[in-house]
Design a protein around this ligand. Structure first.
Ligand code: PRP
Length: 219
């Protein structure tokens, strides 16, 4: 039990939300979920939770609205903001992958694998929700790239002819498979992290450290 007012914690909607609540519940931390309420406090009064859109989470923590947040490393990188990373969770890891339609398998592999494998000056067209990661990745390979930013259902881009390649998260692989796509290359494993606004951490470090130890099962 952490005495005093609750810590503020942003949690992302979607798949990660359910897994986080399961992880909390296994440690005796129960978050009530009245229908459609987006601000809830756990039954022990330890954390006040803000339920936010995944990609907005770094915004709330950067502005200090939420002192803490739980977020994938993919979303953290896109924000380009600075946080303290306090804990890496054992759930929610995914793979950031380059993918293409099944039939373009060989051509895509060559382009991704070898900077010189395509015509000089020709940009590789890639649709993604992760333009920062994608630009950094292709820059590091010296491959010219044209990035088309999307906000979801990225797998549609090659199917409809918007872009031949996508960079996206793959978990089970079922979305790729269902849309006739395949992984060309696995680019990075993502991790789920507990982050803190640096100023918030400095002010509340004792309580935050107690919360981290509680999550680790050491409190
Ligand atoms: C994510 C990701 C892929 C899908 C991969 O999208 O961007 O589209 O999940 O999961 P799978 O490998 O298990 O099929 P999300 O479900 O967050 O929806 P979105 O496309 O609307 O962003």
């Amino acid at each position: 039990m952490i005495p005093g007012s609750p810590l503020s914690l942003a949690l992302p909607k979607g798949r990660l939300f359910d897994r986080t609540l399961e992880y909390f519940a296994a440690r005796g931390l129960s978050i009530p979920l009245p229908e459609r309420e987006l601000v809830v406090t756990d039954t022990k009064g330890m954390v006040k939770v803000f339920i936010v859109k995944n990609s907005d989470l770094p915004v709330y923590v950067t502005h200090g609205i939420a002192g803490l947040g739980i977020c994938g490393s993919d979303v953290l990188r896109e924000s380009r903001a600075v946080f303290f990373e306090l804990l890496e969770f054992p759930f929610g890891s995914t793979r950031m992958c380059l993918a293409a339609l099944e039939e373009s398998r060989n051509g895509a592999g060559q382009m991704a694998g070898h900077a010189g494998g395509h015509a000089a000056g020709v940009k590789l067209k890639v649709a993604t929700k992760f333009p920062v990661f994608t630009r950094d990745f292709f820059n590091s390979r010296g491959i010219p790239v044209e990035i088309i930013k999307l906000h979801g259902s990225v797998e549609l881009a090659p199917v409809l002819g918007l872009a031949p390649y996508i960079v996206d998260l793959v978990e089970t692989g079922s979305t790729l498979k269902a849309n006739g796509l395949r992984i060309v290359e696995e680019l990075e494993n993502t991790k789920v992290k507990l982050i803190a606004n640096p100023a918030y951490y400095k002010i509340h470090y004792q309580k935050v450290n107690a919360f981290v130890n509680f999550l680790k099962g050491q409190a």
